[in-house]
Design a protein around this ligand. Sequence first.
Ligand code: BTN
Length: 250
Amino acid sequence: MTDSLDPEAVGRHLKGRFGKPYLYEPECESTQTLLLEGDYPEGAAAATDHQTAGRGRLGRHWVEAPGTSVLVSVVFHPPAERRPQELSLVAGIAAAEAVEGATGLTAQVKWPNDVMLNRRKVAGVLAEMRGHVVVVGIGINVNQTRPQLPADAKVPAGSLRTIVGATHDRAALLGSLLYRLERLYDGWRHGGLADIYTELGPRDFLRGRQVSVDGVSGVAVAIDRDGRLLVDAGHGAVTAVESGDVQYVR
Ligand code: BTN
């Protein structure tokens, strides 16, 4: 691929507040680091075409072939009355919507931070805090071929290309992602997850699936308005799980 996420390519797709300022490096360790080390306003975004030390949740690595992905981090200054960990879900919905806009297929959010398309993980979200600032990183697998994707991932990986059979314009996808993220964030800022629940509930990938998470096994019933996963262990015993790594039955 010869396309790029440089400011010239992305600038014409930036329609709102988010992405201003827009920091770009052709290659960097991690877009998270670019923003966590600075003092940036809300909506500031950092993007790259390749990360040499991309970070995933729970200390994992996020690895991609150069020029194949959307790799972006965004700065948030959430109000004190909101639970900052919910921003992972807000970003997951935004990524799912952007993927849907690009592919015409329905994408789902796998609690707490994955985006699924055709039962494959096509995007992941990482939220990191520094004081009251939250930096949310989003990685979307866009134009990878099958051999360029991890073969041994716990959640099977896909890219928009492997699933749809066509390449996609990464700069346009990033612009759409930032616009949707801004709109959803404004809703969440105003009224929490309840305000954007109509975009989340129907996209819940785990709903109705047998899951095991944080020592609890049962059927995932829903994500509640506080961003917790409700798991029915049987006999009406429903547990609200705050966070964790979910094992699920496909
Ligand atoms: C996960 O699924 O574990 C989360 C992956 C998050 C990856 C993105 S890519 C942009 C940003 N920079 C990083 O180093 N990580 C996030």
